[in-house]
Design a binder for this molecule. Structure first.
Ligand code: GAR
Length: 211
């Protein structure tokens, strides 16, 4: 009898963070709990600032980290190229922006376009940008949620992979609503990264297909 085929190596994932890193933690927990069956492993964590809980989570997990601060580079383009280089050193199959509050540029997308995934706390194309939760509340929306999508050259405008809805309550303030969104978002991100890694995917125009 032929030996079973060698199981595919887990997809290598670099995660970028700017803050508390609870989405990163959800990915780390999935890898720890599910092992190779999850299909992906986090190989490094990068940030645009130091001293954040997201980096501390990575260090506690024994992962390599790197910091690329815009102000350390003469131009935004130089920062973007340096970030791309720092990520590339870890040979990722996928790069995940999990609360990374920077827009990447042409150099980064030239290298990682089509495999750079972002999670956003609103149902895109509604409420793109850095204040999605506040904007949904201010608009009087009754339903918002989260979107996991591929990053393109626009702001939160790339092909959508998956979305989940969250109802807005009359009693919600920004912090309460964001916490309820993040509860849902963490599960969605873990599910999407695992499916992309295990099953592969194709992007045709604005549509993402996972077999
Ligand atoms: C998440 O809700 C993520 O969608 C949001 O930041 C939060 C990070 O939480 N990102 C954006 O708003 C990007 N525009 P975390 O640090 O606890 O994972």
């Amino acid at each position: 009898m032929p030996l079973p085929a060698e199981p595919a190596a887990p997809a290598r994932v670099v995660v970028l963070v700017s803050g508390s890193g609870t989405n990163l933690q959800a990915l780390l927990d999935a890898v720890a709990e599910r092992g190779p069956a999850y299909g992906a492993e986090v190989v490094a964590v990068g940030a645009d600032r130091s001293g954040i809980e997201g980096l501390a989570r990575a260090e506690r997990a024994g992962l390599p980290t790197f910091v690329c601060r815009v102000r350390d580079y003469p131009t935004r383009e130089a920062w973007d190229a340096a970030l791309a280089e720092a990520v590339a050193e870890h040979r990722p199959d996928l790069v995940v922006s999990a609360g990374f509050m920077k827009i990447v540029g042409a150099a980064f997308l030239a290298r990682f376009g089509g495999r750079f995934v972002n999670t956003h706390p609103a149902l895109l194309p509604s409420f793109p940008g850095a204040h999605a939760v506040r904007d949904a509340l201010a608009h009087g929306a009754r339903v918002t949620g989260c979107t996991v999508h591929f990053v393109d050259a626009g702001v939160d405008s790339g092909p959508i992979i998956a979305q989940r809805a969250v109802e807005i309550r009359d009693t919600d303030d920004e912090a309460a609503l964001h916490e309820r969104i993040k509860d849902v978002e963490r599960g969605l991100l873990v599910e999407v990264v695992g499916r992309l890694a295990r099953d592969g995917y194709s992007i045709e125009g604005r549509k993402v297909f996972i077999p």
